[in-house]
Ligand binder design. Structure first.
Ligand code: SAM
Length: 366
């Protein structure tokens, strides 16, 4: 891939290597860091792989343009981005055309977020340093008609939605298609093709016996939960975000799955509930003693799993750990010394950056 902004835009830090070279560098660092010689490598597409993206809006005498931070942390005007999804690429151009001559939409606009899906649905969130009123809403409705995209206006304490604040995503996992409702807030995996392969990698590398149950922490909107539920008798999935649990509950119905219970609980609250140290109204219809958890699945934020929750993971025979930060993964694996690595993978969700996602299947050493 070639980009006019390589070497200037601070987003693609690995711009001076081909895709294969950068992947090779990242993978060898991981192998060295974790002392492993044989790991699975899941590649990204080399362009148009990011299905959500955020740009600043730069205003000057020549009008408005998109901007990214340069390596020197200054605004760098850009008019295209090759790593974003084909739909974001198209919408970037159309939106700018529309906004540049529209005072109401343009005035005090300082950032734009695009969220798209592989089903070609989109939400464009326009973020302002001003109050939004009915005249803004009228203009946003016209924009919706010409862009065929949901538009959200945000400014401090205000959110105006035209027409919807969600889109649908479809993932096909080993031939079965799962449909997800994705809200504008709440976590989503940025690279859907790698995401699909991550889920398949997990399923391929666990072999639960009949009647096994899965406990999931940090489940988001049920991205992994829905396909994994096919492998287990029952699943209990937990997550701290209210918005994500709302989506997860809708997703379970959308896919007519009946063996998953989603509960809004932080990892720390879950530990307290399992230890019967605290009662939660949110668990009133669930008897935790009815589960036979053979596997625990975690996909924490960059901070990794906190020490107490990591200790809690040791109650389970099998741990599946997806990590977006090798540093905290390494720390947590050191805390889980009683486990052996059954399989380790790198998932290149964030091509052209030094970030890499890892997956580890762990089994308690008997
Ligand atoms: C990396 S995302 C993974 C989400 C999901 N597994 C997916 O694939 O979309 C991490 C998730 O952890 C949630 N989270 C953050 N802190 C948490 C905590 N202390 N306890 C439980 N969930 C937490 C976030 O809201 C987010 O949904």
């Amino acid at each position: 891939m070639n980009c006019n902004y390589f070497g200037k835009c601070g987003s693609c830090t690995l711009h001076d290597y081909t895709y294969e070279e950068q992947l090779e560098k990242k993978v060898s660092l991981i192998k060295k860091d974790f002392g492993l010689s044989d790991i699975d490598i899941i590649k990204s597409e080399s362009k148009n792989f990011r299905y959500r993206a955020e740009f600043r809006i730069y205003h000057d005498d020549s009008g408005i343009s998109y901007a990214m931070n340069s390596f020197e942390k200054r605004a760098l005007k850009i008019d295209e981005c090759h790593i974003v999804s084909p739909l974001i690429s198209t919408l970037m151009i159309k939106l700018l055309e529309l906004v540049k001559d529209n005072h109401i939409l343009k005035h005090k606009l300082f950032a734009v977020e695009f969220l798209t899906s592989t089903t070609d649905e989109a939400i464009i969130t326009l973020i302002y340093h001003k109050k939004l009123d009915d005249s803004w809403k009228e203009e946003a409705k016209k924009a919706l008609l010409s862009l065929h995209s949901n538009i959200i206006g945000r400014s401090r304490g205000i959110k105006i939605v035209v027409d919807k604040d969600y889109i649908h995503e479809k993932l096909t996992i080993f031939g079965k298609t799962y449909k997800y409702k994705v809200l504008d807030t709440g976590f989503t995996q940025p690279n859907p093709k790698v995401n699909q392969k991550m889920i398949e990698w997990v399923i391929k590398n666990i072999n639960p016996l009949p009647n096994s149950n899965l406990l999931e922490l940090y489940c988001g909107l049920g991205n992994f939960t829905l396909p994994l539920s096919k492998e287990f008798d029952k699943v209990l999935a937990t997550e701290v975000s209210k918005a994500s649990i709302k989506s997860a509950n809708e997703n379970v119905m959308l896919n007519k799955i009946d063996n998953i219970k989603f509960v809004r609980l932080s990892a720390q609250e879950l530990v307290e509930a399992m230890d019967k140290k605290r009662e939660f109204n949110r668990l009133k219809d669930i008897n935790l003693d009815d589960y036979n958890f053979t596997h625990v699945f975690v996909d924490p934020p960059r901070a990794g799993v906190d020490e107490k929750s990591c200790e809690f993971l040791k109650r389970f025979e099998n741990i599946i750990y997806i990590s977006c930060n090798p540093k905290t993964l390494k720390r947590d694996l050191e805390r889980l010394k009683e486990y052996e690595i059954v399989r380790f993978a790198t998932f290149d969700q964030f091509a052209y950056t030094s970030h890499i996602e890892c997956g580890v299947i762990l089994r308690r050493i008997s």
